[in-house]
Design a protein. Structure first.
Length: 255
């Protein structure tokens, strides 16, 4: 009678991610794919491509949500459904960095694209020189400054929507998602900004304002008029506060 041959079982291995001993390609504890000992360029590129092609990936779910239901994305994230979405802090950092790279690559001034202008009637005056030094400082640290100004917007949002139970951190989640959408729109409008910077800036601000109203309406459960009025105040105060913050940070470095 012929004997049945059995293939030897693969020995258990220690997962590099969570140190759990498991058998097979995928870790039974954290789910990490441990089928490849060392990274290869092909694997890295395929993984990056899969995040964009896979309609159900966290990145695609987040991007799709930001364009179709921005407030609901933030609300679901706050309520604990976080696995399906990219972290708002990480997404905001990535989109901000991409926006700066694309604007500089296409020769667009990121300060003007962000709405900051430094015009002077007397270029040779001391005031004009100081303005030029402040401009240089802001241009060198624009990514950090724009990100540092977002908690102020979250605090203003919390103050302007006082009847909700959301705390400052939860309002910050909404602000980060809306800011990420704004940077995405800025990336898409950068080719236009290379030829018509003012038109691109105006269009970006208009789209961002409409999406901020939409997101606030969904997130806080208020009406369109209430969301529009409150967000208009938030954006105006945030612009003033950000300009003041940037000036206070820049002045010690240029005097």
């Amino acid at each position: 009678m012929p004997r049945l041959s059995h293939s030897p079982a693969s020995p258990p291995r220690v997962c590099p991610n969570c140190a759990t001993r498991s058998v097979g390609r995928y870790c039974s504890a954290c789910g990490q794919d441990n089928g490849q000992e060392r990274l290869a360029t092909r694997a890295v590129l395929l993984d990056a491509l899969a995040n964009f092609v896979n309609w159900d990936s966290a990145l695609m779910m987040t991007l799709r949500g930001l364009f179709t239901r921005p407030g609901d994305v933030a609300r679901e994230y706050v309520r604990g459904r976080r696995k399906r979405y990219v972290s708002p802090a990480r997404l905001c950092l990535i989109t901000l960095a991409l926006w700066l790279v694309v604007t500089r690559w296409l020769g667009v001034d990121p300060l003007e694209a962000a709405g900051f202008r430094f015009d002077s009637d007397d270029p040779g005056s001391r005031a004009a020189q100081t303005a030029a030094e402040i401009r240089a400082f802001l241009g060198a640290h624009l990514d950090l400054l724009l990100y540092l100004a977002l908690p102020l917007k979250a605090w203003l949002t919390k103050r302007l929507f006082p009847r909700t139970d959301d705390n400052l951190a939860e309002c910050f989640v909404l602000v980060l998602f809306v800011a990420s959408f704004g940077f995405l729109i800025g990336i898409l409008l950068t080719p236009l900004a290379a030829f018509e910077p003012r038109a691109a800036m105006t269009l970006r601000q208009l789209i961002g304002f409409i999406w901020a109203i939409w997101a606030a309406r969904e997130f806080f459960g208020v009406g369109w008029i209430s969301a529009a009025l409150r967000m208009a105040v938030v954006i105006a105060l945030h612009m003033l506060g950000a300009a003041l913050l940037f000036g206070l940070l820049a002045i010690p470095f240029v005097l």
